[in-house]
Design a protein around this ligand. Sequence first.
Ligand code: NAP
Ligand code: GLV
Length: 309
Amino acid sequence: MSAILHVGPSERASAWQAEFRHALPEVEFRCWPEIGDARDIRYLVAWTLSPQLIAALPRLEVLFSIGAGIDQLDLSLVPEHVRIVRMIEPGITTTMAQYVAASVLALHRDLPFYIEAQRRGGWTQLPTLLCEERSVGVMGLGELGRAALTMLAPLGFRLRGWNRSPRRIEGAECFSGAGELDAFLGGTDILVCLLPLTDETRGILSRDLFDRLPHGARLVNAARGGHLVEDDLLAALDEGRIASAMLDVSQVEPLPQDHPFRTDPRILVTPHVAGVTRIETAVHALIDNLRRDLAGQALPGEVDRTRGY
Ligand code: NAP
Ligand code: GLV
């Protein structure tokens, strides 16, 4: 007997349990905390971990993240032999690409300024630029970065991307590595962060990086709050080096009530909803990966624990 343990909301648990019974009856779907005989549990699917959870699973082989990111999982709790797999599924990819397109257009068309003007009763018209007159640069050309570029392409922006390893993407000028970061940033009017959060990328959206963007650049952070040095953004906004920002994530979530981002008219905030794991589609990605594991095949989305993503 093989079993997978799900940790998370009951709505998702019951939908996935029904799908497993139908599509993969050889793997029993169990729901935390009703784990049954722990010796059966080879697989775990969760968003976060606790010491009690990991201690209860002595035969764990593969840990599946509910999300595309894995930094929210405390991997210090997880034995080295356990494989970690991030979620790659069309629901996250589509919603993220839509979020990035919406954010880029919102900043391009000065929505933070006009929302504030509406609140204050103003009626000032800013000069309007065409999409072709601005460039959008995406940091991180993985599943989500590439999907965002594809969604942006028909709008006409000049597209660029920056990645750890070199990539070729039709319609986008691609840069790679620390050596090409300056060139990438220097020509980027709207910067989009879609990097994983690792030791190398933590705090990358900092004063030093903002200084290398064109004056008045705009920022979208749809990755993780840990990428952004929040005080550096506030300083860059005050100095006009950054004109506006759209932030889906923050260092502390939920964003504290008294956090300056909540009331800053140059910032639009959303509550970590950019890329959403869809119950209906993610279950198929999970079942597909379990079938592959049972067949001894490689698992799409398997994480390199030393690299951190
Ligand atoms: P992915 O497929 O693993 O792609 C990550 C990309 O980042 C890869 O292309 C990788 O380069 C690049 N990269 C990694 N470290 C780098 C570095 N130090 N410098 C430059 N590039 C680097 O991940 P994904 O599925 O696109 O997801 C990206 C992130 O989005 C997730 O980790 C998560 O934090 C975030 N996310 C946020 C939300 C939300 O709702 N806010 C939703 C989903 C995901 P290589 O090609 O060389 O490996
Ligand atoms: C959401 O933040 C995810 O990582 O999928």
